[in-house]
Design a protein around this ligand. Sequence first.
Ligand code: PBG
Length: 324
Amino acid sequence: MAFPQDRPRRLRRTEAVRRMVRETRLSVSDLIAPLFVVHGRDRREPIASMPGQFRWSVDTLIKEATELKLMGIPAVLLFGIPDRKDERGTAATDPNGIVPQAVRALKDQVPDLLVITDICIDEYTSHGHCGIVRDGRIVNDETLECLRAMALSHARAGADVVAPSDMMDGRVGAIRAELDAQGFSELPILSYAAKFASCFYAPFRDAADSSPRFGDRLSYQMDPANSREALREVDLDLEEGADLVMVKPALPFLDVIAAVRARVTVPVAAYQVSGEYSMIKAAAANGWLDEPRAIMESLLSIKRAGADLILTYFAKDAARQLNR
Ligand code: PBG
């Protein structure tokens, strides 16, 4: 059959019919809100490169998290910004560090909110790299020891899920072994399995003051040209014990999200990163894009590509629209 019998526009005539045939739906339950936490009290510092995002101290974080929970957002992802950085990122493994403090407070005061913690030392190292540096190189196996200790300190504080984002080889297996040995065999690992070396992390690095002081991240994060390699990373992480896998960034890598979705049976997450957020914010601030619609269309495209979960700085804005 073809035109004039075939008329796809019949199913677009009214909102009622469009709603009936809609293939993809976004839900508040799909969203995870990333949050930055700093030391101190009563702090809510605006992040210049990410308008509408803040660095929270633990007390203000609790208020924000309570609001997110009331809106139906099931989970948050925590990033810690320590008050001291050093070569080895020692503050990352401190059992009383900023993230363990925040996790304890959240689990105590907003118990039903799922707390996911980012496992990576770049916010804690003076050089800004995601691993231990020796002779200008990022050394893999030594970094695994830091990651194990970091994950354990978050687990002991009560984190619900740990999410390694460093891209060292073998880190999922190392963290799984550590958690199992220490009595946390039921704690899930959300692996940033396919994390690309992307320019879209720039606003985050400003927020966390974690830009590499020398070189770049090309020796550990993936080449944006590679999708087969993304599947290899996903396979390896699942073999090592990942419970959920992530693709990051989201919008420039929708094909990778779709390929990962087609390959695995575990839940797939996608991270709409800081640059994806800030570019929509900047265009909207100039009157070039309708912000609420740009938010929903970008999130919907990520869901349509196959993501079950979306980490997004727009979680609150999207929830507000979805709850209307
Ligand atoms: C590493 C980490 C980064 C992001 C999440 N985890 C920064 C990086 O790899 O440079 C970026 C998130 C974003 O851009 O929103 N700890």
